[in-house]
Design a binder for this molecule. Sequence first.
Ligand code: GP9
Length: 379
Amino acid sequence: IEEQLNKKEEYTKETKYEGIGKGKNLILIQVESLQQFVLNKKVNGQEITPTLNKMMDHSISFPNFYAQTIGGNSSDAEFLTQTSLFPINSGSVFFRYPSNTYHSLANMLKENGYGTLAVHADEKTFWNRHEMYPSLGFEKYVTIEQFPQKEMAGMGVGDKEMFTETARILADQKQPFYSFLVTLTNHMPYEIEKEKQSLALPPELDNSLLGNYFQTVKYTDEALGLFLESLKEKKLLEDSIIVLYGDHNGIFHRDKQQVEKWIQKDITDEEWYREYATIPFMIYHPSIKGEISQTIGGQIDVLPTLESIMDVSVKGANTMLGADLLRTKKGSVLIPSGGYVDKPLSITAQSVSQGLTEDQQKVLELSNLIIKGNYFGEE
Ligand code: GP9
């Protein structure tokens, strides 16, 4: 394990973004089932994600970015981005190892004087978050009970209420803070009330999974728009770095035909994995001039990337399996099997191949060992 962790890449590349978040608040948003292919797309002349599209003008965006979740779905995504470790190969780390010691984003920022808060407008026990969040370093956890619950949508409190209330809560936090927000409404089967749907869909999308998906994505995008407005009003926008990513796919390979019908074109498997199976990852601040990085990466890379953006570091030995996407030369991503791909995939600029290399398999195994043996608890 030590040998693997010490393999940390020596970065030779410079990034002008190093430290742009130093001393600022960090708001990290995990968006339920959000995929990259809806960005900058229109149906019937209407943008599906107007807010995200505008955010891109002031973001570093990574279009070749992948979910690496296994059986723990949303909770695996949280685990990956908070710890830069891969989830365990069966079950959810959140349920099985909630009391371990973790080197996480919240623990790291806490050591640097940040207050830490997590928000998920559902039951506190969902994915055992109430047990896991303290180990991940969250001092406060806002759940459904703390919301007025006036605007319910899909699975629980609608994202509009979640974001609006959260902006209010954030305005009362001591700064600098790190807040982690998990959205909910854009969840399978993507059914929300008619009056919450704002896209006029063409007949081929009406009453289809893909059409419904566009409606809920649009709803969440509007909710995000309200959040940014509120942060601006409360003068929090300039002092915060906002980072957003999708937790896992919402439209899967098995739904490919629906997408083909929509774009009226066949999609090869390679195109699917390159253009349709990706999720957004973007780092936003009003001072950033929109930039698109073609670097290939995944959720495992979020923590090291943010470590350099926020200019904070983990004490002692390296504990992360990912790389800083602003500086890495790695150029590949491994997607473990489970959940959203049938077989493990390895993706580089040159190839999309089924199966992992020996080295990639070893990394997954070591990550399992780190978790199962509570490796950082031994220090
Ligand atoms: C929603 C999330 C749902 O925030 O907790 O979990 P999922 O079903 O996507 O794993």
